[in-house]
Design a binder for this molecule. Structure first.
Ligand code: G3P
Length: 250
């Protein structure tokens, strides 16, 4: 099988004032070379903290990413941030299509695909999120929904280097609920097959992260599941110790 280096990424969402930079510095200090050799580590802070964090993460094992970008390079889009601006601030990647963006801002698969292309244009990796709602899972449609999102949200040109897929079941985000290991196994296997069929060896090597209520206490079980190549962590990424505890599960 292809060797895939895992990625543990933290999504701070709309959390963090300047005072939180101290917690981030602690994370940078405590992320050992051994840990970083085994696992790539990234924090995606609010855009207001990106530049400061990128500066303080220099020469450490931590990289920083954005949480969203506009599809255009520049122009009359008040309040929006381009992928080029994120790159200019020190980001190496950007999350696109998070379910909160899809729900709160009406982002469609087409929007998400355009944002992934914008990320690549700026030299950033795209962390493309997919995941079913509770109603969709209860209706037995989880695999079908996620396959459809992959088909629509992951553009032609995705490679193992420029793209990471994050499977985040909507009902597991911020709820403390997680799917069973068997449900995660089934979904990640289906995602792998879909990616491999479309992107060949790049699909075989693309990282597929699990996200949704990952904590130090459940990380080992979730990250041991085949085709789970890391985690996208929300709440537990805000504390350096929790984030490092999750990363240490590998
Ligand atoms: O993007 C990560 C996220 O949606 C998961 O959030 O707080 O359940 O870890 P949380």
């Amino acid at each position: 099988a292809v060797q895939i280096k895992p990625l543990v990424a933290g999504n701070w969402k709309m959390n963090g004032l300047k005072a939180a930079l101290g917690e981030f510095s602690k994370l940078c200090e405590h992320a050992s070379a051994d840990l970083a050799a085994a696992t790539d580590l990234m924090i995606c802070p609010p855009a207001t903290l990106l530049g400061a964090m990128a500066a303080s993460a220099q020469e450490t094992a931590i990289s920083v990413g954005g949480q969203d970008c506009h599809m255009a390079e520049k122009g009359a889009h008040t309040g929006d941030i381009s992928a080029e601006m994120l790159a200019d601030s020190g980001a190496v990647a950007v999350i696109v299509g998070h379910s909160e963006r899809r729900a709160d801002h009406g982002e469609t698969d087409d929007t998400v695909a355009a944002k992934a292309q914008a990320a690549w244009r700026a030299g950033l990796g795209a962390i493309i999120c997919v995941g079913e709602t509770e109603a969709e899972r209860k209706a037995g449609k989880a695999i079908e929904v996620v396959s459809g999102q992959l088909a629509g949200s992951v553009p032609v040109g995705a490679t193992a280097d420029n793209t990471v897929i994050a499977y985040e079941p909507v009902w597991a985000i911020g709820t403390g609920l997680t799917p069973t290991a068997e449900d995660v196994r089934e979904m990640h296997e289906s995602i792998r097959k879909t990616l491999a069929a479309r992107f060949k060896e790049h699909g075989e090597g693309m990282r597929i992260l699990y996200g949704g209520s990952v904590k130090p206490a459940n990380a080992a079980e979730l990250l041991a599941v085949p085709n789970v190549n890391g985690a996208l962590v929300g709440g537990a990424s805000l504390k350096a110790d929790d984030f490092l505890g999750i990363a240490a599960a590998y």
